[in-house]
Design a protein around this ligand. Structure first.
Ligand code: GLN
Length: 298
């Protein structure tokens, strides 16, 4: 016996510490951090609970538990989050990909055909665009974000995912919504080949400004405010994107939004006023309105 603690003991210590700090998923987070530090999988606790944990692993684990107890998001400690079965790098410059957003991606996939052009507005980590490209063939993707630091994360995720699928084709552009795109149809370029999209998708910031202070500390203190703040009524980006999207969509092209669960009627109205038709609302697995989409017929 050399005095090193065993796996299940150190896990118990981590769990107790996170519970005391009021962390919601204390048991889960304690296990995931231990697996991260030790390079183990979810069977280890059950099957090999007596595995010895080295002094160095212990120290790293305790350091991470301390930061998690201070409400640093789990994903900022591990630097990654799984989304659509793929692993995405994250840091505090991007919104951590949410399970809710998988509903958006899956809805787009029902309408996505090989060879389409996709625009992801407010791309953040790039999780939406890159998942769509990963699960299709010969599509071309453009991701736009106002934050250059977010785009650095998206480009790194692109590089990693492209290693598995070298034919994947994405570009990431920095700027304010459609102003980031180099192409816009004008009277001068009327005869030129058009560079419209078949699909525009966005999970934009949609929290009302004065609600942000009430969010959990993990979000409020660690995730980028610019990825959350949708203006006074939370709808600024829906108006901005829906208002201009038609100028960038092919006839029959579609616009897909993730929404906050109380925004379906407002976003439907915004899309109708902007000229979208066949508008549909899709619920998430909690039964809450989560996606609004519609078609553009010019
Ligand atoms: N599109 C990114 C995501 O869904 C970022 C969203 C945002 O910054 N609001 O994760």
């Amino acid at each position: 016996m050399n005095g090193n603690p065993i796996y299940k003991e150190i896990y118990g210590e981590g769990r107790t510490c996170l519970e005391a700090a009021g962390i919601e998923e204390a048991a889960l987070d304690a296990r995931l951090l231990l697996e991260y530090v030790c390079g183990t999988d979810r069977n280890t606790l059950l099957a090999h609970g007596d595995r010895e944990v080295s002094a160095e692993e212990c120290e790293r684990y305790r350091g991470m538990i301390e930061r998690r107890a201070a409400h640093v998001p789990l994903q900022h400690l591990t630097g990654e989050q799984d989304f659509m079965g793929l692993t995405f790098l994250v840091n505090n410059e991007v919104l951590v990909p949410r399970q809710d957003t998988e509903v958006l991606v899956e809805e787009v996939m029902k309408h996505l055909h090989d060879g389409m052009r996709i625009l992801d507005m407010c791309t953040g980590s790039g999780c939406i665009l890159l998942s769509l490209l990963h699960y299709s063939n010969s599509c071309e993707g453009v991701g736009v974000d106002l934050s250059g630091k977010a785009l650095a994360v998206a480009r790194e995720n692109y590089g990693r995912l492209r290693a598995a699928r070298p034919e994947m084709e994405a570009r990431f552009l920095e700027g304010d919504l459609f102003a980031a795109l180099e192409w816009r149809e004008t009277s001068e370029n009327a005869g030129d080949p058009v560079k419209r999209f078949d699909i525009i998708v966005s999970n934009p910031p949609y929290i009302k400004t004065d609600v942000i202070d009430m969010l959990m500390p993990e979000v409020r203190e660690h995730e980028p405010v610019m990825a959350l703040d949708g203006g006074a009524d939370g709808l600024d980006f829906y108006r901005g994107i829906a208002g201009d999207a038609g100028a960038y969509l092919n006839g029959g092209g579609m616009l897909f939004f993730e929404i906050g669960c109380e925004q379906a009627d407002s976003v439907r109205e915004i899309m109708e006023k902007a000229g979208f038709r066949e508008i549909r609302i899709v619920k998430d697995f909690a039964g809450l309105d989560r996606v609004v989409y519609g078609s553009w017929f010019g």
